[in-house]
Design a protein around this ligand. Sequence first.
Ligand code: ADP
Length: 486
Amino acid sequence: MAPEIKYTKIFIDNKWVDAKSGKTFDTYDPHDGSVIAKVAEGDQADINLAVSAAKRAFHRNSEWRLIDAQDRGKLLNKFADLVHRDEEYLCALETYNNGAVITMSRTFIPRVVDTIRYLASLADKIQGDTMPIGGDLFSYTLKQPVGVCGLILPWNVPILMFISKVITALAAGCTVVVKPAEQTPLTALALAALLAEAGLPPGVVNVVPGFGPGAGSALTHHPDVAKISFTGSVEVGKLIQQAAGANNLKRVTLELGGKSPLVIMNDANLDIAVPYAALGVFTHQGQICIAASRLFVQAEIYDEFVKRAVAFAKARVVGDPKDPKSQQGPQIDEEMMKKVLGYIEKGKQEGAKLLTGGKRIGNQGFYVEPTVFADVKDDMTIAKEEIFGPVQSILKFDTLEEVIDRANDTNYGLAAGIFTTNIDTALQFSKHVEAGVVWINTYFSTSPQMPFGGFKESGLGRENGMMSVEAYLEVKSVITALPKKL
Ligand code: ADP
């Protein structure tokens, strides 16, 4: 049964309001393309109101600024309790609006609760230093929240992205305006309601659904926004950095795309490597920035690996994401489905060998067959550009040195992986590969304690881990004269 849609308006000052323009936009179920709800479409006027609310909530005398750091952590833990209480509802809503198979949504939510608790635990660990700068001077640093933050979310893992950004900013003591992706506004609104229920003062978290060039752009240009954290495409990431620089030199954290290399050495255990490599690119229909979308397999095992990869892809169960038996759901929307099918056509035209899949499934919803290409070459479009679909591209290599150089020959640098039973090979690869995360004999595992982000065009800064809170703080040095003599 479809989950009840409780919130479709803009959330400002802990109240639900219509867009100033009165406009709404449709949000869809990617399983069949049907309209789930009409959601308020925020633009510059609504962003202005939300930023004003966040600015008031950040005033030095506001309830939020005066709250004890430990109590800030307790409040965030109360929110974690509420997310845990509403787990089933949030999973259903995420799957309904985003097309993530329900089994994946269910594994994500406990992870989300753990992430909130981890970030909440950092709220009272924000400490400065004392520095020995001279006998008659006493100096120390204060770490203070940067101010109003604009948080712009992608559609691929909406709940997790909301939590990573919002709770980190709150742990640091900031106030925020969130712009969820236009494709998936519903869980962000449901989470905002839970933050209010947990007791967050008005204005601390505001959520303005809308489109990128409208609400998103207004946020990145707003002079009262001190920091933007964004996850999405490289193209928009560059626009955001320009807007931040041209305006009031906003601080910026960017988590952008990837074309992550996964390397399978001759000595790898194929019983483990084949499923990991496949899940590395088919999980969530390939719509994950760390997808293993360039699979390098060493020459000696290449043919055997390809045979097994094809068998794995053919066995995938694709269907309604609400059905617990489905392993793969639909792409997020028609535009993304067409983009993925376009890449598959390009792969065929440029001479890659299509071994399975390659087509749309049915004519309802946005389903694409699990697809495997062999004989992929480095200069083919499918080996260079981020596809964001269930397309496995298998390339052949001979030596470790060669594959490291080929793995690094990209503007991206988000993730990488290697399967080998030789520790020297694994350590050499992890030392030289240009990526923000490297997996050895595994893939995809991340945790709230582990910094996450990219080298090169894959981003700026890191989320998760202790250092994520630092990105929402300013450091102030204070120098005090001591009495000359007692
Ligand atoms: P994708 O291509 O995966 O949809 P985008 O980078 O286009 O990713 O979008 C990610 C987020 O950025 C969404 O919330 C979107 O609305 C927002 N966005 C898109 N364009 C802009 C822009 N010019 N300024 C600010 N935000 C934007």
